[in-house]
Design a protein around this ligand. Structure first.
Ligand code: HXC
Ligand code: NAP
Length: 261
């Protein structure tokens, strides 16, 4: 029970990696709140969290809407006191050649991933435990690895890295740590269903990982939990790949993977 009575908020915590992360904190005794757009997904996630921890909070909110996030964070603080851990994992992704992508398509991903990440942090800031809070943003190796069909995601995730580093500098004085992880391809996620929709594409992606396999949601949530624990008390401003070495391969691997039929 490493997070007993700690308050954890997970933005985007109603499916995939972020839901697995929310559940892993609940398993360690935390009080967990999740938010995402779909009320149905929020209800399901809250039910799963209550089964593990006995209590949970859930909010239907869009990370592009800062006013909605101010209300969410204030409600969490009113119910449980200050926020000890903030995980920002809401994201949108689809594969598209740059030449086919509309300005609004590009902006939509920037708004969800990058502006959304800032909004989540900004709205939580007044309620974060000072000193002691930890923020973990979920980025991607696309932030430094140019990847065909992902120009919008590459730009958004690069922005998340700099938001992470800059907030780590400004908020270090409050005793708040800010880090990001960059997961590689993770099994059984919406992200990989979109990027490797066929068995052939999945096989190429798998081969492009030096460890020869996709990661698991549990492997990601364990790293997130560790980075948000006291064991990582001197880590701030770090962008940590959790990708089986995938990002070492360079964009040639990805061109193969993304164009495989
Ligand atoms: C080209 C597309 C498109 C597609 C949408 N657009 N899908 N363009 N190809 N497949 C364009 C639309 O035409 C529109 O532009 C603009 O994007 C906004 O579309 P909306 O549908 O109105 O957006 P919205 O309802 O806000 O939905 C956002 C979304 C959607 C990102 C498009 O897919 C979503 O809600 N995704 C959330 C779940 C998700 O993506 N999870 C995976 C995350 S994984 P126009 O010009 O027509 O108005 C991840 C992995 C990263 O991030 C790295 C992996 C290694
Ligand atoms: P996912 O299951 O689709 O999770 C995305 C979550 O964000 C959902 O709960 C979704 O719920 C929520 N969301 C989306 N748009 C939102 C918005 N505008 N406002 C509020 N919530 C929103 O995806 P995943 O594959 O697990 O990815 C999770 C994170 O890991 C993302 O940050 C992604 O970029 C990152 N990542 C994933 C992989 C991978 O292999 N999957 C690799 C690298 C990085 P609603 O639909 O209810 O809003």
């Amino acid at each position: 029970m490493k997070f007993k009575n700690k308050v954890v908020v997970v933005a985007g915590g109603t499916s995939g990696i972020s839901l697995a992360t929310a559940l892993s904190f609940a398993n360690e005794g935390a009080k967990v709140a999740v938010l995402s757009r779909s009320q149905d997904k929020v209800d399901l996630a809250v039910a799963a969290l209550i089964e593990v921890a006995g209590e949970a909070l859930g909010f239907s909110a869009d990370v592009r809407d800062i006013d909605a996030l101010h209300n969410v964070m204030a409600s969490v603080a009113e119910s449980w006191g200050s926020i000890d851990v903030l995980v920002s994992g809401a994201a949108g992704n689809f594969a598209s050649p740059a030449a086919d992508l509309s300005g609004n398509g590009f902006k939509t991903v920037i708004d969800i991933d990058l502006l959304g990440c800032f909004n989540v942090m900004r709205a939580a800031y007044p309620h974060l435990t000072k000193p002691g809070a930890a923020i973990l943003n979920i980025g991607a190796p696309q932030s430094w690895l140019p990847t065909p069909m992902q120009i919008h995601v590459c730009a958004a995730k690069a922005g998340i890295d700099q938001v992470t580093r800059t907030a780590a500098m400004e908020w270090g004085a409050d005793g708040i740590r800010v880090n990001a992880i960059a997961p590689g391809p993770i099994a059984d996620t919406e992200g990989m269903r979109r990027l490797a929709p066929t068995p052939a594409a999945e096989a190429v992606w798998t081969k492009s990982v030096p460890l020869g396999r996709y990661g698991t949601k549990e492997e990601i949530s364990k790293v997130i939990q560790w980075l948000c624990s006291d064991e990582a008390a001197y880590i701030s401003g770090a962008i940590i790949p959790v990708d089986g070495g995938w990002s070492l391969g360079g964009s040639s691997n990805m061109t193969m993977a993304l164009t495989a039929k």
